[in-house]
Design a protein around this ligand. Structure first.
Ligand code: C2E
Ligand code: CA
Ligand code: CA
Length: 661
C-alpha cells in the first residue's frame, strides 16, 4: 500500500506533468516570435525607406554629371524645382542653397543600398540620434503608420500619403570637390501601407495562433490531468475511490483546521466470506458483491466521510462520530445491513476501529498509522468467523508491544538458558503415589522478570519459535531424567508438550528419538503430549508420527481432552496411550452433576480403548476421591502439587507417597 507521502508526491507529479513543458514551449515561442517580429519589422522598414531613397537617388543622379559640366544650369534647374537643396564644397564652403543648411554631418547607415550617402536632418529630432537609426526609423514609421490607419478608419480619405521624416541625399561631384545635397521626405504611399499592414496582420495572426495553441494545450493538459488524477484515485472494482484517495483526502480532512472540533474514526472493515464466495461462484460475481458493499456503505456517508476498498475484500472508512456508543451503534447497523446484502447469502463482516478524538494533536496523526491500528484491533478477532467490532485501545497496543518485545528477545533468552523446566507431579489417587510428571516451561527473564507460559507460548506458537522451545524442553527433560537415573532416583515418565506447529514436520518422531537418545535417557521415561487442536491438522501425518513415536518406545497422550469439538472422533483414529481430561470438566456450575457423569463415562471409554487417564487441574480431596472411585489413573493438580523447579521435584521422587492433610 502506498503511504501518504508517496501519494502526495505522485499527485504533484500528475499535476505538474505537461503544464510546465507547455509553459516553457509557449514562452520560448513567444520570445522567438517577438525577436523575429522586431528584427523583420526593422528590416522591412529599412527596405521600404532604402527603396524610396534609391529611386529618388536614381531619378536625380544626373545632377552629379551635369553639375560637373555646367554647374549654373543645375543650380537654375534646382531653383526652378520644388526640391530643397544645398551645394557645398568638400571643405564645407556653401556654394548655393534654397533652404537653411540642416544637413547633418553623420552619415546614416543603410541596409540595402551601399553606394548612396544619406544624412539626417538636424531639424528632425528623431533622426539626429544616429546610433540607433534603424530602430528610430522603425519607431517613427510605425507611429506614422498608426496615424495613417487612424485616418483610414476615420474615413478621412484625404490621402494615403504620409510624411514620415526628412533625409538628405548626397550627389557627389568629385571633379569639382563638391557635393549636392537634396532634402528627401520619406513618404508612405498606399502600397507601403498595404505591405506594412500585411506584415502586421501576419504577425498578429501568428501571435494569436500561438496563443490559441497554448490555450488549447492548457485545456487539453488540464483535462488529461483530471483524467489521470481520476484514474490515480479510482478503484477499478467498486468504481469508487481507492486507497490513494483515502490517505490523500483522509489526511487532509483530519488535519484541516475546519474539522479540528470534529471527532473522526478510522475503520478497517473486512468482508469475511469474500474468498469463499468467489470460490463457490466466480471472482466476477465476488467483485459485483464488493461494489454492492461499497455502494451500500457509501450511501450512508455524511459529508467529509470516506469509504474506499483498501485491499482485496477490505474497506477503509473515515467516519465522524459523537461518542463511542453512537459509533458502535452506527457500525453495528451498517454491518447488519451488509450481512444481508445478497438475497440468498448471509455474510459476516468484522470492523476494527481507531478513534481520533479531539483531544489529540491531529497534525501529528498519520492516517495510515490509524488504519494500521484499526487493522490490529480487528486481528484480535480474526480467528472468529462471526461479525464483530473491536476498538483499538491501550491494551491492544500493550499486547502488540509485548509481542514485539518477546519476538525480539526470544532467541537471546533461549541461548542464555533463561527458560527453566518446572515439573508438576502426577499422582495415583488410590495410593497417593507419584506416578508421573509434566514438564512445564517458565521464563525467568532478567529484563521482564518472571513470565508465565500463557504470556509467551501463544506468541511463540504464532511466530514459529515454539519448535525451538519444544526441542529445548525435550533435551532438558531427557538430560534431567538421565542424570536422576544416574543418581539412583526412582524416575517416573515425564510428559513434554509438543506444539501442533511441530507436528507438520514429517521427521518429528526421529528428531525426538535422537534428542532423547543423545542425552542417554530411556525412551519410556518420556511421554509426548499433544494438544487437542493438533488433531485438526493432517490426520494421516499425525497418525504416522504417533505410530512412529510409539514404535520408538515413547508414550503419547492427548492433552486437554474435552476442550475442543472433535475429541471423540480423534480418539477413534489415534493410537494414543493416555487421555488428559481437561480441567474445565471440574469447573463451572455443572461440574458436580452432569459433569461428573461425563467424566466417569470418559474414563470408562478410555479404559475400553486401552488408554490411561490423567485428570488435570484437580484442587480438592473430594474430587480426588471421586476420580479414584471412577478408576482415574493419575491426577495432576494443585491438590497434590503445583509445578515446581527440578530441585523440589527430586524431593518428590525421593518421597513418592504424598499424604495431604
Ligand atoms: P497445559 O499443557 O494444559 O498445562 C497445564 C497447566 O495447568 C499448567 O499451566 C499448570 O500449571 C496448570 N495447572 C495444573 N494443575 C492446576 C490446578 O490444580 N489448578 C490450576 N488453576 N492450574 C493448574 P502453565 O504451566 O501456566 O501452562 C499453561 C500452558 O502453557 C500449558 O497448558 C501448555 O499449553 C503451555 N505450556 C507450558 N509449558 C509448555 C512447554 O514446555 N511447551 C509447550 N509447547 N507448551 C507449554
Ligand atoms: Ca500439557
Ligand atoms: Ca492440559
Amino acid at each position: 500500500m502506498a503511504n501518504s507521502n508517496s501519494v502526495v508526491k505522485n499527485v504533484i507529479k500528475v499535476r505538474m506533468n505537461h503544464s510546465w513543458i507547455t509553459m516553457l514551449v509557449f514562452c520560448t515561442l513567444s520570445l522567438v516570435a517577438l525577436v523575429a517580429t522586431a528584427a523583420f519589422g526593422e528590416l522591412l522598414t529599412a527596405y521600404l525607406i532604402d527603396g524610396k531613397v534609391s529611386s529618388e537617388y536614381n531619378r536625380l543622379s544626373y545632377l552629379s554629371s551635369e553639375y560637373s559640366k555646367d554647374s549654373s544650369s543645375v543650380i537654375n534647374k534646382l531653383e526652378g524645382s520644388k526640391l530643397e537643396y544645398v551645394i557645398k564644397t568638400d571643405d564645407g564652403e556653401l556654394i548655393s542653397s534654397n533652404v537653411p543648411d540642416t544637413c547633418g554631418i553623420d552619415e546614416i547607415d543603410t541596409e540595402f543600398v551601399d553606394d548612396i550617402m544619406l544624412y539626417n536632418d538636424t531639424l528632425d529630432p528623431i533622426t539626429t540620434v544616429d546610433e540607433h537609426t534603424l530602430q528610430i526609423r522603425s519607431v517613427k514609421l510605425s507611429r506614422k503608420l498608426m496615424e495613417s490607419f487612424r485616418e483610414i478608419r476615420g474615413f478621412e480619405y484625404r490621402s494615403f500619403s504620409s510624411d514620415v521624416f526628412p533625409l538628405w541625399i548626397e550627389f557627389e561631384v568629385p571633379e569639382l570637390n563638391t557635393s549636392i545635397f537634396v532634402k528627401y521626405h520619406v513618404v508612405l504611399d498606399f502600397a507601403d501601407l498595404t505591405l506594412l499592414a500585411g506584415f502586421a496582420l501576419i504577425t498578429v495572426s501568428f501571435i494569436i495562433l500561438l496563443f490559441i495553441t497554448f490555450l488549447v494545450s492548457v485545456i487539453v493538459t488540464g483535462a488529461n490531468q483530471k483524467k489521470n488524477l481520476k484514474l490515480f484515485f479510482m478503484d477499478p472494482i467498486t468504481r469508487g475511490k481507492n486507497w490513494n484517495w483515502f490517505i490523500f483526502q483522509g489526511d487532509k480532512t483530519i488535519k484541516s483546521m475546519m474539522n479540528a472540533d470534529k471527532k473522526y474514526a478510522v475503520v478497517h472493515l473486512v468482508f469475511l466470506d469474500y474468498r469463499n464466495y468467489c470460490v463457490c461462484h466466480s471472482i466476477q460475481a465476488g467483485e459485483v458483491l464488493l461494489k454492492k458493499v461499497h455502494d451500500l456503505i457509501s450511501g450512508t456517508l455524511d459529508k467529509k466521510e470516506i469509504v474506499v476498498r483498501s485491499t482485496t475484500s477490505n474497506f477503509a472508512l473515515l467516519l465522524k462520530y459523537q461518542s463511542d456508543e453512537q459509533l458502535k451503534d452506527r457500525i453495528s447497523i451498517l454491518i447488519k445491513s451488509l450481512e444481508s446484502i445478497s438475497d440468498d447469502h448471509d455474510f459476516n463482516f468484522q470492523a476494527g476501529i481507531s478513534l481520533l478524538g479531539t483531544d489529540r494533536d491531529r497534525k501529528k496523526v498519520s492516517i495510515e498509522n490509524e488504519y494500521n491500528n484499526a487493522c490490529t484491533a480487528r486481528e484480535t478477532i480474526e480467528n472468529s468467523d462471526e461479525s464483530g467490532i473491536v476498538y483499538f485501545d491501550d491494551k491492544i497496543l500493550e499486547d502488540r508491544r509485548w509481542n514485539d518485545a518477546v519476538r525480539e528477545n526470544q532467541k537471546a533468552a533461549l541461548e542464555a538458558e533463561e527458560f527453566e523446566v518446572y515439573y508438576q507431579p502426577k499422582y495415583d489417587p488410590k495410593t497417593d503415589t507419584l506416578s508421573g510428571a509434566e514438564a512445564l516451561i517458565r521464563w525467568q527473564s532478567p529484563k521482564f522478570g518472571f513470565v508465565s507460559p500463557g504470556r509467551f507460548i501463544p506468541i511463540f506458537e504464532k511466530n514459529g519459535f515454539i519448535t525451538e522451545i519444544d526441542h529445548y524442553m525435550v533435551t532438558h527433560v531427557a538430560a534431567d531424567q538421565a542424570r536422576w537415573l544416574q543418581q539412583g532416583l526412582k524416575c517416573v515418565p515425564v510428559s513434554v508438550n509438543i506444539s501442533r506447529a511441530h507436528f507438520i514436520e514429517s521427521d518429528l518422531a526421529e528428531q525426538i528419538r535422537d534428542m532423547v537418545d543423545k542425552e542417554g535417557c530411556p525412551r519410556e521415561l518420556i511421554e509426548i503430549e499433544l494438544t487437542e487442536s493438533a488433531f485438526f491438522d493432517d490426520k494421516k501425518a499425525l497418525v504416522s508420527t504417533i505410530t512412529k513415536l510409539k514404535d520408538y518406545g515413547f508414550s503419547v497422550s492427548m492433552d486437554d481432552f474435552g476442550s475442543g469439538y472433535s475429541s471423540l472422533n480423534s480418539l477413534k483414529d489415534m493410537p494414543l496411550d493416555t487421555l488428559k481430561i481437561d480441567a474445565e470438566f471440574f469447573r463451572g456450575e455443572e461440574a458436580g452433576g452432569r459433569g461428573r457423569i461425563v467424566v466417569s463415562e470418559t474414563i470408562q471409554l478410555a479404559k475400553n480403548l486401552n488408554m490411561k487417564t490423567v485428570a488435570e487441574g484437580v484442587e480438592d480431596r473430594e474430587l480426588v476421591d471421586f476420580l479414584a472411585d471412577n478408576d482415574c489413573d493419575m491426577i495432576q493438580g494443585y491438590y497434590y502439587a503445583k509445578p515446581m523447579p527440578g530441585k523440589d521435584y527430586e524431593e518428590r521422587m525421593i518421597n513418592p507417597v504424598r499424604k495431604v492433610e
